[in-house]
Write a protein that binds this ligand. Structure first.
Ligand code: NI
Length: 408
C-alpha cells in the first residue's frame, strides 16, 4: 500500500513536471510568435511601386515636373497635392536630407513618384575629384534605397554643372531641364505659377525646388494650368519610355522622334498618292562645239539656228585671249617735233634739230620736244649754239608775261 501510494505520487509528480514543460514550451512558442508578429508589424513594408504606366509621349503631350534639393518640410504637403491631382513627378533628392525624412521618401515610392539622385551635399561636381564625385553619388544611392527600397536610376548634377569627367564618374544618365522656373531666386507664387504654366512644351522637364514654400504653394495652379493645356504628367523615366538613356549622357527634354519614311504606298486618292508635279528641266548649257572645218571639196555645214543670246557661248572654249598689245616705244624714241595735230598720236619726225627748232619757234604755244637737242644738252651741261638760237627765237615770239623758267 505504501509502495502503491509512492508510485501514484511519483506519477503525479512526473505528470505535473511534463505539464509544466509543455506549458513552458507552449508559452515559449507563443512568445516567439508574438515577437515575430511584432517584428513583422514594425518592419517597414517593402515599397511596392504602382505598376508602370504605358504612356507614349510621342503621341501624348507629356511634361515632367521635377523637384530638387529635398526632401524638406514642405515635401509632404506637395505629395498631398500630387496625390490629390493624380500627378506623378520626380524628386531629385540630396542624400544628407534623406535621413531626416525617411517616411516621406518611402511615401514617394509608394505613391508612384520617382526618386532620383541629386548628390549628397549639393557641391559643384566639376570642382571635385572623380573619387569624390563617385562618393557623392553612391552615398545618396544607398540612402535613398535604404529609405524607399528603390535605387535611383537618374542623377541631376547640382547647378546642372557637369563635364566629361563628371559624366564618366557618375556612370548614370544625367537629367537636366528644359524650363527653369528660377523659383529659388524669386520665391514668388504668382511668378512660379506663370512660368510653370506657360513655358513648358511637349516633352519638357520643368525644374522646381520643394524646399521653398512658394514653390510648393504654386503647384496646384501649375497643375491646373498645364492640364488645361492638355499636358499629361509623367515621371522622367516615363517621359523617356521607349528611348534608351545612355549612362554619362545628359538629357533635358524628350525630343521629337525622327521622321520615318513609310515603305508602304499611301492609300489611293490621298494627296500623298498623287505623283509630284513634274518640274521643267533645268536649261542645259550648250555643248561646246569644235570649230567647224570645211573639208576640201565637201559641202558647207548646214547653217546653225542662232542660239538664245544668254546661252550663246563662243564656239571655241576657252575663248582665245586677245594678243598682247605692242609695247609703246621708249620715251627716247618718241622723236616728235612740232605741234601735234588734234587727235593725232604723233607728228612726223623732224629732219634735223634745226628744222625742229624752226617749227617750234613758229608754234610758241605748243609743246615741242626736240630729242636730238635734249640729248646734246645732257651730254654738254653748257648751253650750245642751238640752245641759244632756240631761246632767242622763243623769246621773240613769246610775250614777256608768259615766260616760264629761266631757260627753255
Ligand atoms: Ni539643386
Amino acid at each position: 500500500m505504501r509502495i502503491r501510494n509512492c508510485a501514484v505520487i511519483g506519477a503525479g509528480l512526473l505528470l505535473a513536471a511534463g505539464c509544466s514543460h509543455a506549458e513552458r514550451q507552449a508559452r515559449t512558442a507563443g512568445e516567439h510568435g508574438a515577437i515575430k508578429g511584432r517584428a513583422q508589424a514594425t518592419r517597414s513594408p517593402r515599397p511596392a511601386p504602382p505598376p508602370p504606366r504605358k504612356i507614349d509621349c510621342d503621341r501624348v503631350k507629356c511634361v515632367a515636373l521635377t523637384f530638387d534639393d529635398g526632401p524638406g518640410p514642405y515635401t509632404a504637403r506637395l505629395l498631398d497635392t500630387l496625390k490629390r491631382n493624380g500627378v506623378r513627378a520626380t524628386f531629385f533628392m540630396l542624400g544628407e536630407n534623406v535621413g531626416a525624412h525617411r517616411d516621406i521618401v518611402r511615401r514617394m515610392a509608394l505613391e508612384g513618384q520617382e526618386v532620383a539622385n541629386h548628390s549628397w551635399s549639393h557641391p559643384d561636381l566639376t570642382t571635385l575629384s572623380s573619387a569624390e564625385v563617385r562618393s557623392q553619388i553612391q552615398r545618396t544611392q544607398k540612402a535613398v534605397k535604404d529609405a524607399s527600397g528603390l535605387a535611383p536610376t537618374l542623377v541631376r548634377p547640382p547647378y546642372g554643372s557637369t563635364n566629361k569627367r563628371v559624366e564618366h564618374a557618375i556612370g548614370m544618365p544625367l537629367v537636366l531641364w528644359s524650363v527653369d522656373t528660377l523659383d529659388w531666386r524669386y520665391r514668388d507664387v504668382a511668378r512660379d505659377t506663370r512660368v510653370g504654366v506657360k513655358e513648358p512644351k511637349s516633352g519638357g522637364i520643368v525644374l522646381f525646388h520643394d524646399i521653398h514654400k512658394p514653390s510648393v504653394d504654386s503647384i496646384p495652379k501649375v497643375v491646373d494650368g498645364l492640364r488645361k493645356r492638355g499636358f499629361t504628367f509623367v515621371t522622367v523615366s516615363e517621359l523617356f519610355t521607349g528611348r534608351r538613356l545612355v549612362p554619362g549622357t545628359s538629357y533635358s527634354e524628350r525630343t521629337a522622334p525622327p521622321t520615318q519614311v513609310t515603305a508602304s504606298p499611301p492609300p489611293a486618292g490621298s494627296s500623298a498618292a498623287r505623283p509630284p508635279r513634274a518640274r521643267p528641266p533645268a536649261p542645259r548649257p550648250p555643248a561646246l562645239r569644235r570649230p567647224t572645218r570645211r573639208r576640201p571639196g565637201g559641202r558647207c555645214p548646214a547653217p546653225r539656228t542662232p542660239e538664245p543670246r544668254a546661252a550663246r557661248r563662243p564656239a571655241v572654249w576657252p575663248p582665245p585671249r586677245p594678243s598682247p598689245r605692242a609695247p609703246d616705244p621708249p620715251p627716247e624714241n618718241r622723236t616728235t617735233c612740232g605741234p601735234r595735230a588734234p587727235g593725232a598720236a604723233s607728228s612726223a619726225p623732224a629732219a634735223d634739230a634745226r628744222a625742229c627748232l624752226e617749227v617750234a619757234s613758229a608754234m610758241p604755244r605748243e609743246r615741242v620736244t626736240c630729242p636730238v637737242e635734249r640729248r646734246r644738252r645732257r651730254a654738254e651741261p653748257g648751253r650750245s649754239r642751238s640752245d641759244a638760237a632756240f631761246a632767242q627765237a622763243r623769246s621773240r615770239s613769246e610775250p614777256p608775261g608768259e615766260r616760264s623758267g629761266p631757260g627753255l
